[in-house]
Structures are given as C-alpha cells and as structure tokens.
Write a protein that binds this ligand. Structure first.
Ligand code: NZQ
Ligand code: ZN
Length: 402
C-alpha cells in the first residue's frame, strides 16, 4: 500500500424524512441560494420540503436558481454565480443530482472571480476550470440534498463542468468544494425514471472499477471494500430493476454510490480514470449520458489492457464474480474473458449500452474523440501513464467493432 492522507469532512445525514434537519444544518441567519435542475425538484415536491424546513426556524433569506442542466453548463453557472454576488449569498444549497451539485460547487468556487464591473469574469472562471480550480483559495459554503445516487459528488470535493461551445467537459477538485453536509433521503430516489436509476448504478460501478482495476499493492482494506461495493451494486442493481418500489434496496444503492467515490477506496492505491476521461469526450461530442459512456468504454478497456491488469482482473473474476479456477481447469485468459462477459451481461440486464452500436455510433466517431483527448491533454492516462492516444484509439476501435 502507498502512503496516504485521508480527509473527508462531509457530514452525511441519511434516511427518510431527514430534509427537515436543514433547519439546524444551515446557519440560521444565512442568505441561502437554493440551486436545482430542470424541474424534477419542483415537480416532486422536494423543493417545497426544503423551503419549509429552512423557514421553520431562524431568519434566513431564501433565493432560487433553477435550470442547471444535466452535464452542467459553464455559461448557466456563471449566471448563478452573478446571482450569488448580487444577492450577497453566503450559503448555497444544491438540491439535485451530480450535475446540480457539481455546478453548485463551481459557483461556490468562482463567484469571487469578478470583473471590475462586479460581474463574474468568464475568462477567469475558464482559466480556473482549465487548471482544475486547484488554486482557488476561497469559496461560498455549500450543502446538498441528493436526489439521485450516482456520482458521489455529495461526499467529495470534485466536479465536472461542460462548456458546449468549446466541446469541453472538464473536471475540477478543491477541498473548499467539500459540502458542509449532504442529506441522503432514499425516498427521493423513488421518482427517478428507470434510466436514471440504472445510470446511477453503472456510474458507481465504474467509479469502483477505476480505483480497483490496476495492479495489486496489497491494500487489503481497499480491495475488499471495493469488491463488496461491486457485489452490492450487482445484486441491488438487479433487485431494483425487478422491484423499483423496494425502499431497502434504494437505501443500499444510495449509500453504496456515495461510498464508491468519497475517497476511501482510492486511498493508498493506484487508480486508472481512462474510462471516465474517454467517456467525458463521448458526452461532450455526442451528448450521451455520463454513465452510458462508461459502460460503452469499460469492457473494451478491460480487453485492451488485459495484460497490464492481469492480476487484478483475475482477482475481480474470483472475488466479484465467483469464477473458481482452483484446479487450474481454465486458462487465465478464459477466466478474464468470462469476467468481462459477466460484466457486459450485468450492464445489458440494466439496459445499458456496451458498445458503439448500442449508442448508434460507428467508427467515424473515433478520430474526433482522439482529437479532443489530445486537446485536453489526456495523453498519458492510466495507472502507468501508459494509455497514450494509440491505446485510447485501440480501446475505441474495440468498442466500435464489438
Ligand atoms: O434536471 P432535473 O429536472 O432535476 O432532472 C434530473 C436529470 O434530468 C433527473 N433527476 C434527478 N433527481 C431526480 C430526477 N428525476 C426524478 N426524480 C429525482 N429524484 O435526473 C437527470 C440526471 O441528473 P444528473 O444530476 O445529471 O445525474 P447524475 O447524478 O448522474 O450526474 C451526472 C453528472 O455528474 C458528473 C457527470 O460527469 C455528469 O455531469 N460526475 C460527477 C462526479 C463527481 N462530482 O465526483 C463524478 C462522476 O464520475 C461524474 O463525472
Ligand atoms: Zn462517473
């Protein structure tokens, strides 16, 4: 295991009816900006529930900014940041999924980057994003009410922002973006369309895989924890498809997705975020949902990098899929191929795409993706920094032929 520091200051408030805790979690005299997405928070009554809790005590001034898109748009977020400045906001409350939470983190980080006229500077915000927001040293406080289990954004300090005009979907991370708290009420997930439920399971699954499927460093806690999260996502993913109203299943999915990307299983181990980095280009060029880009790329990546990931692939086959090869009756290659096929079957059972054809793409999509990876400096990906553009091209060619 490598050396590490682990720090995660996010207070998790989990369970049915816990939105009422906002009355104590948000400072009593705060000027609060509630941020939300395209309308689900309004439609489902969550927004009203949030406002009722905030108004139940204290002396808060409440403002709203709706319309943050899935794959949150840079230009929309600058409008929210301007509003935060005009209204002197000192607490942002994000109500939604990864897009609203990521977008709100970005607003919290860039709202002080102003022009002389007091508006938020597009250039300074863009410069901040292209350097991952790592140099920003002040931010507005933020809390979240999570409505879709998927990204882990509710318990991490990162985010991903889309700037369509520039065909760029870029990640950032800054400890100031850790939410002060996140409320996880599993009831809120019952209104999700099935597609979003399945997307969430796939995203969490691939988050675990990208922190696990590298090479062994004898990190027993991280490995066992990762394998458990994968197994839970497989069983609960199938269970929620069969029985979407089962709240116990929803609870386990919600907590698993949070644990998948709150830093814990990634401590002290090598990581490989190649699937995500290629996936972001697929979203920015073709508008494919984040999670669905991942299920398109991952199986081909596993096949392409079979040799360098051999030991972990065999461990994955044994500990996640119970593929028993104790008597060496199969070749290593057969075991690995079976584990990859099981992974694909799992994605298919959740009606997720596993190749280009499933997403109506063909080989002509490959070169534009490679160009964008190059433009965004994604030329040394993976745990060995060995995934250059040739490797990414071969992964995409496999996905196109599969
Ligand atoms: O916009 P509204 O109307 O709210 O509808 C949303 C949206 O259309 C809907 N929805 C959310 N909660 C609902 C609901 N509909 C009914 N009932 C509810 N309770 O679901 C749709 C998708 O929402 P979105 O927030 O986009 O989904 P998700 O949580 O999957 O977030 C995806 C974004 O997070 C980024 C992705 O790149 C993508 O931009 N990621 C963030 C990460 C992080 N911060 O650590 C890591 C991830 O790898 C990921 O990249
Ligand atoms: Zn993801």
């Amino acid at each position: 295991m490598k050396n590490f520091q682990y720090y995660n200051p996010v207070r998790i408030v989990f369970g049915e009816g816990q939105i009422r805790q906002l009355a104590d979690l948000v400072p009593a005299n705060a000027r609060v900006l509630i941020t939300y997405g395209g309308g689900s928070a309004k439609r489902t009554g969550t927004l009203d529930e949030v406002k009722t809790a905030l108004n139940s005590n204290g002396n808060r001034e409440i403002f709203e900014f709706g319309g943050i898109e899935p794959n949150p748009e840079f230009t929309t977020l600058l409008k929210a940041a301007d509003m935060a400045n005009v209204q002197n906001i000192d607490f942002i409350l994000a109500v939604g999924g990864g897009s609203v939470i990521d977008g709100s983190k970005f607003v919290a980080l860039v709202s002080h980057l102003k022009e002389e006229d007091g508006t938020v500077s597009r250039d300074k915000a863009w410069d901040a994003l292209t350097s991952s927001c790592k140099d920003i040293d002040s931010a507005v406080d933020l809390g979240t009410v999570l409505t879709i289990p998927a990204t882990g954004s509710e318990m991490n300090a990162g985010g991903v922002i889309n700037y369509s005009e520039r065909h760029a979907k870029l990640s950032f991370g800054n400890p100031l973006a850790y939410p002060k708290f996140s409320i996880l009420d599993p009831i809120k997930t019952l209104t999700l369309p099935e597609r979003q439920v399945m997307n969430g399971i796939a995203d969490a699954f691939v988050h675990v895989m990208e922190q696990y499927l590298t090479y062994p460093v004898n990190a027993k806690v991280q490995d066992a924890f990762a394998e458990s999260l994968l197994r839970i996502l497989i069983t609960e993913g199938k269970a929620v498809k069969q029985n979407p109203e089962d709240l116990e299943v929803r609870k386990n999915i919600m907590w698993t997705a949070t644990m998948a990307l709150n830093g814990l299983i990634g401590t002290g181990v090598p990581q490989d975020w190649t699937t995500h980095m290629i996936g972001h280009e697929l979203t920015s060029l073709h508008g494919i949902d984040h999670a669905r880009t991942l299920t398109i790329v991952l199986p081909s990546l596993m096949r392409e990098l079979k040799d360098s990931k051999k030991e972990k692939l065999l461990q994955y086959a044994r500990n996640v899929w119970d593929i028993n090869n104790d008597n060496n009756q199969f070749t290593d290659d057969d075991v690995i191929e079976t584990a990859i096929a099981y992974t694909e079957d799992f994605f298919k059972a959740l009606e997720l795409p596993i190749n280009f054809a499933d997403a109506d793409l063909d080989e002509s999509a490959i070169e534009p993706i490679i160009k964008q990876l190059e433009a965004h400096g994604m030329t040394e990906l993976g745990e060995h920094k060995a995934n250059d553009l040739q490797v990414s091209r071969r992964i995409l060619q496999r996905a196109a032929k599969a």
